[in-house]
Ligand binder design. Structure first.
Ligand SMILES: [Fe+2]
Ligand SMILES: [Fe+2]
Length: 240
């Protein structure tokens, strides 16, 4: 049997969703960069490997496992509806709200904290990219996956798609997830792990809290797509 040491972060997150809280708290990427073994991921995030193993054990013991496990079995159309409603909805709601906070903080504290202007540039770039990305999922990839699942349920052949195999749009989506993840990780670094300066005003604090939550939500979102939805869609296409 494969031990935790040999498994990739992605495998651990899939098998034991309670591990996601541990990875989040330590800044270990389990979605975009989740394909590396746990030991590598620990060195990358600069955290002690034994400490992580201990935390994972503890989390496993008193697991309040969130959503992920059930999504490995539920119909794909339900998972898609969940992703769109919860995560796409969240991105659409939060992007303008964080934009407003950023503009205020840059105007007020930009001269003393130049890192905020850089964060503003990065976040302003990510908004339209995520918006286009979600539209491609909602208008092209997800409807195709739903049609494919419906056909399989009806015993019909998998429908033809203009993109050939579903692996193509999926590879595109995964590459875009990596790009978004990299930008958010840059923001995390620039903000010193979302630590507002001592005595920061409530807007500054709200901004960093908002950005931290935004990154966390994107990780959950990408985890559901990269690690569950996409592999299941590829498997379904291959088997039918
Ligand atoms: Fe998505
Ligand atoms: Fe996506």
């Amino acid at each position: 049997m494969q031990t935790t040491i040999e498994k990739t972060v992605r495998e651990i997150a899939l098998e034991n969703p309670s591990s996601i809280r541990v990875f989040e708290s330590l800044g270990i990427d389990y979605c975009c960069g989740g394909k590396r073994p746990l030991s590598d991921a620990c060195s990358h995030a600069n955290v002690d490997f034994d400490r992580v193993l201990k935390l994972l054990e503890e989390a496993n013991r008193d697991s309040q496992a969130p959503e992920a496990k059930e999504w490995r079995e539920k119909p794909l159309c339900d998972l898609i509806a969940h992703v769109v409603q919860k995560h796409h909805g969240y991105v659409r709601q939060e992007t303008p709200r964080i934009g407003v906070l950023l503009a205020k903080v840059v105007a007020k504290h930009g001269p003393m904290h130049p890192e905020v202007a850089r964060i503003d540039q990065l976040f302003t770039a990510i908004g339209p990219e995520l918006s286009t990305h979600m539209l491609k999922e909602e208008q092209v990839l997800f409807p195709y996956v739903e049609r494919m699942e419906q056909a399989v349920q009806n015993g019909d052949p998998v429908p033809a798609a203009f993109f050939g195999t579903v692996k193509r749009p999926i590879a595109n989506m995964v590459a875009e997830h990596d790009d978004a993840g990299a930008i958010l990780s840059q923001i995390r670094e620039l903000s010193n792990g979302y630590t507002a300066p001592l005595g920061a005003c409530p807007t500054f604090l709200a901004l960093y809290r908002g950005l931290e939550e935004f990154e966390r939500d994107l990780h959950h979102h990408v985890h559901l797509e990269n690690n569950i939805l996409f592999p299941r869609a590829i498997e379904m296409e291959q088997e039918h």
